[in-house]
Design a protein. Structure first.
Length: 202
């Protein structure tokens, strides 16, 4: 397979993953938050050029973006747990509740209260505060009984590339604010500040 086709397939897979993550978010939003949370942008990345795990970025006008390393999408429960975790942060952000400190590394009692209310189990750690460790049995059973979620999780794992990617990340820039990012060739990425598409550098 030539480099052009590899890049196209990689970009298509990433866009598909982003769409599936958004659908998962919307189902949980309806179930736990009565659709009151804003829907973030999802952006997949790869460990070759970004740190592992999930990271949330807050933009202007109550818009946010969740960056996800696709290699972290290897377990159904972990995917749902981490999505619910990020949704607690978005809920607190929307309500102007400060749920963390130390650059987002320490989760406080406000985070614990909302997390418990939404079906997450947390454990206290002296250095990092209240960390999410599991989903309550009731909520997890409810999720497993939702056939749409089961299909989404299956599609996500089927699409994720757990091996070293065959493409090299390229640089994009916002034509308005000039912010630069790295993503897979052919990615469709929107600047959360200016609400316009990033342009791939030649």
């Amino acid at each position: 397979m030539n480099q052009e086709n590899v890049g196209k397939r990689g970009a298509e897979d990433i866009m598909y993953l982003e769409e599936e993550m958004e659908q998962l978010y919307k189902i949980i939003n309806k179930r736990l938050y009565n659709n009151n949370l804003p829907v973030p942008y999802f952006r997949m990345h790869n460990a070759r050029y970004r740190k592992k795990g999930w990271n949330i970025q807050y933009k202007q006008n109550k818009v946010c973006q969740i960056d996800i390393n696709q290699k972290s999408l290897d377990n159904d429960k972990n995917i749902v747990l981490e999505m619910m975790h990020q949704m607690v942060h978005i809920y607190c952000w929307k309500q102007n509740k400060k749920d963390n400190s130390r650059g987002g590394q320490y989760h406080n009692k406000i985070f614990r209260e909302i997390a418990n209310e939404k079906g997450l189990i947390v454990n206290y750690n002296k250095s990092s505060g209240y960390q999410v460790i599991d989903i309550s049995t009731i909520i997890w059973k409810d999720i497993l009984n939702n056939s749409s979620i089961g299909e989404i999780l299956h599609n996500i794992k089927k699409c994720v590339d757990y091996e070293k990617p065959d493409y090299k990340a390229v640089q994009y820039y916002c034509p308005i604010c000039k912010k630069k990012i790295y993503a897979a060739p052919g990615s469709n990425v929107i600047c959360g500040y200016c609400m316009v598409n990033f342009i791939q550098l030649k």
